[in-house]
Design a protein. Sequence first.
Length: 280
Amino acid sequence: MPNLPKGSKSGFWITPVLAILSATCLAQAPNPEPVSDQETELGQAMYKQLRDKGEIVESSPLYDTLKPIAVAIARVAQPQYPHPFKFFLVHEAQPNAFATPGGNVYVVDSLLHFVKNTEQLAGTLCHEVSHTIHRDGVALMVKEQKILEREVVAAILLGPTRAHIIAIALIGKLHSLGYSRDAESKADVTGSDICAEAGYNPWGLTWLFQDFQNADVGKIPQLLSDHPANGMRIQTLEKHFRDNPSSFSKFNRDPKSATPLSVPKDAPETFLRKETKSGV
Ligand SMILES: [Zn+2]
């Protein structure tokens, strides 16, 4: 069981199940929860969980590296999503990046040292932002909810405390569950559109895949070990680039054309442990 965020709300998760139950009793369609509110609450619950674990980096020179790339990507992606995109550095064991419903994107600090150039980092961020635009995180939680539906219904009968615990467990799982191959490829394609429009060479993501294909299996970080079939993903991107020459033909596919990423070494980090504003 992950650390339970203090004071987080369970209503967003449990209410739809209660609504289904009451619909069964009353034979009346429930009023759907506004999707936007649900996404924000899911995002906030994940934020609180990461903050309470002391993983969120409040201040670090690494934000100076992340910020200009995040700002450029958010400028292009924002019109496609109703909540503000915010990028947070987090400290975890594996170099990784993940997005949650509500617009928060989390970048593990070591990813900035792991990527070889600006385009690889930008490609990763564009990919994660696209998962949010596609509502992949919400879809994943709905799928998990169906799997656990019997347990959740049982939990409601047992009492709200246990139902709350299950809801929080699902939020924690969002972080570790993998998306479908199809969802990954779609996020690559949308991400490449966003990166190209933001001025970052969209070949960067394919360079990252290629580096991992050549890497020692044991050293592949979760970022891509969760993302199977990288060869197929490269092919899908190459086809997308060929089919849309007006957007992509101007970019150089040669990794030697990459822009170096300036990352301060041994950058000090302060961690967020109480409710203050952070992120870029
Ligand atoms: Zn992904």
